[in-house]
Design a protein around this ligand. Structure first.
Ligand code: NAD
Length: 268
């Protein structure tokens, strides 16, 4: 049996029917957590993740909810508490892009991206914090009373023309995460972000599914490879574990050096 620092803990991963969320759900389960695999529409994708976890001897269940919808989020948390009893780890991963040049961007595109990427984190984190505080600490499970991990992006610091709504949402995640971390630290709830660089998932298929696109993308990655959901899953397990017990309010960039201003490597 591999190292299981999350043994017996209950985790919820939003947007976990594909990509990074699926990778994080599988990694948390392998580390011993019972995982709720949230999905917005792809029940088949969510069930595939649940099957993969169960086939490896882990515990998981799929729950549907649009994270931007207050009523659906409340129903999802109620269903999780009925099935698992409580929540120890929340991974706010659900996110989407609706790209447009600024002058053409519709209010609907703006509101949808902010609604899912930022308001979704507000709704899920609020119910998680309330439950963690109600339940209190369980030192047999973890030094912290609860852990929240936000899936941010390198675009919480790198501006992104043509994606103003997305970059604004991730910039918002940065101070959402830090302000919440400051507020709940006295209750021993740790809040951190993972900031992925370019990870091979459906959200950015156009950036890697032709050799030309991949070559252009690799110019932005000093480490010379695109990332995988497993790279992010490992960071999430560490942040959720007691190995990171003194870490709160931080963004861990997992980006192959994308935030290192790669264009300055042989210029500037
Ligand atoms: P993805 O499209 O595979 O995953 C996003 C998931 O969110 C999907 O499963 C989708 O169904 C779900 N989702 C969308 N709207 C939802 C809603 N309203 N309610 C619940 N779930 C919803 O792409 P991904 O790359 O795995 O993205 C996961 C997260 O990682 C996102 O927050 C994204 O911004 C972030 N991210 C990705 C990359 C990358 O390179 N792939 C880089 C930086 C950040």
């Amino acid at each position: 049996m591999s190292y299981q620092p999350l043994q017996g803990q209950k985790a919820l991963v939003t947007g976990a029917s594909s990509g990074i969320g699926a990778g994080v759900a599988v990694a948390l389960a392998a580390a011993g957590a019972e995982v709720v695999v949230n999905y917005a529409s792809s029940v088949a994708g969510a069930e595939k993740v649940v099957d993969e976890i169960q086939a490896a001897g882990g515990k998981a269940l799929a729950l549907k909810a649009d994270v931007s919808n207050e009523v659906e989020v409340a129903a999802m948390f109620s269903a999780m508490f009925a099935a698992c009893g409580t929540i120890d780890i929340l991974v706010n991963n659900a996110g989407l892009q609706q790209d447009a040049l600024f002058e053409d961007m519709t209010l609907a595109q703006w509101n949808r991206v902010i609604g899912v990427n930022l308001t979704g984190m507000f709704l899920c984190s609020q119910l998680a914090v309330r439950e963690m505080r109600r339940r209190g600490p369980d030192p047999a499970l973890s030094k912290a009373t609860g852990k929240i991990i936000c899936m941010s992006s390198v675009h919480e610091i790198i501006p992104w023309a043509g994606h103003v709504n997305y970059a604004a949402s991730k910039g918002g995640v940065k101070l959402f995460m830090q302000s919440l971390a400051q507020e709940v630290a006295p209750h021993r709830i740790r809040v951190n972000s993972v900031g992925p660089g370019a990870i091979q998932t459906p959200i950015n298929r156009a950036a890697w599914d032709t050799p030309e696109a991949l070559q252009a993308l690799l110019k932005l990655i000093p480490y010379g490879r695109i990332g995988s959901p497993e790279d992010i899953g490992k960071a999430a397990v560490w942040l959720a574990s007691d190995d990171a017990d003194y870490v709160t309010g931080q963004t861990i960039f997992v980006d192959g050096g994308m935030t290192l201003y790669p264009e300055f490597a042989d210029g500037g």
